[in-house]
Ligand binder design. Sequence first.
Ligand SMILES: Nc1ncnc2c1ncn2[C@@H]1O[C@H](COP(=O)(O)OP(=O)(O)O)[C@@H](O)[C@H]1O
Ligand SMILES: [Mg+2]
Length: 248
Amino acid sequence: MFDAKSYEGVRSRGVAAILIGQSRPMLEICDIIHLVASKRCTVLITGETGTGKEVIAKAMHAASDRAAFPMVSINCTALPSTLVETELFGHAKGAFTGAQSSRIGRFEQANKGTIFLDEIGDLAMDAQAKLLRVLQEREFERVGSSETVRVDVRVIAASNVDLEVAARERKFREDLYYRLNVVPIHMPPLRERREDIRCYSNTSSRRSAPPKTCLQNGWMMRQSRISRIWRGLVTSGNWSTPCKWLAS
Ligand SMILES: Nc1ncnc2c1ncn2[C@@H]1O[C@H](COP(=O)(O)OP(=O)(O)O)[C@@H](O)[C@H]1O
Ligand SMILES: [Mg+2]
C-alpha cells in the first residue's frame, strides 16, 4: 500500500514536518493523508490517548487545499450536553435566556476549512442526530432559528473508544458511525511501532525535550526519569535499554 513517491508528495506539502515517524503504520498513514487530504470525505481516526490522533488531523488539514482556511478543534468530552448544540451550530438572538445576540457555532467558524471532533464517542445523543444531518445534507439551523445554514466543512473525528462496539451497545448511533467511518485511520501506540522511538528522540534531542507522547502513552514513568533516559540516550547513542523500557 505504501508508495514512496506519494509519501514524497506529502513530505513536500509539510506533513513530514508535523508527523514524526518512519514505521510502516506511520508511512501508510502519510500515504492515506496524501490520498484523501483534498477530498471532502469524512475521516475517523482511532487509537489510544496520546498516540497522535490530533497531530494526524492537523497534518491532514495542512496538506489539504483547505489549509488557508481554519481548522476548528472541539473536544466532545468537555462539552456539557446542554451546551453542545449551541457550541456546534450557534444560536439565534433570544434563543434562550441570556442569548442577547446571535452567535455562530463551530461549524460556521470552520466554513471552507476543517472541523476536528475529538473524542466523538462522548457526543450527546441529540447532537449526534444533528451531526448526522450535517454530514448528509451539509446544512443545519442555529438553535432557536428556522433559517437553514449551509456549510462546506471537512469533518475529521477521533475516538479512543471503539465506536463499532459503542454502536452495538447502543451508546453511539450506528448510522452516524457509518457516516464517520468513510476513511478509517488507526494509529497504533508507540510500543507497537518501536522504529518511531528513534525518530522521536532524534527530534526531541534537537528540541532538547522528550516528546510528550512518551509521557502520555500510559507508561507509568515520571517525567524526570524520562528526561534522564533521554539525556543518557542522546549522549551515549545507546538505544537498547531505553527502547526496552519505552516499548515494553
Ligand atoms: N507522530 C507524531 N509526530 C509528532 N508529534 C506527535 C506524534 N504523535 C504524538 N505526538 C505528540 O504527542 C502528543 C499527543 O498527541 P495527540 O495528537 O494530542 O494525541 P491524541 O489526540 O491521540 O491523544 C502531542 O504533544 C503531539 O505533538
Ligand atoms: Mg486527543
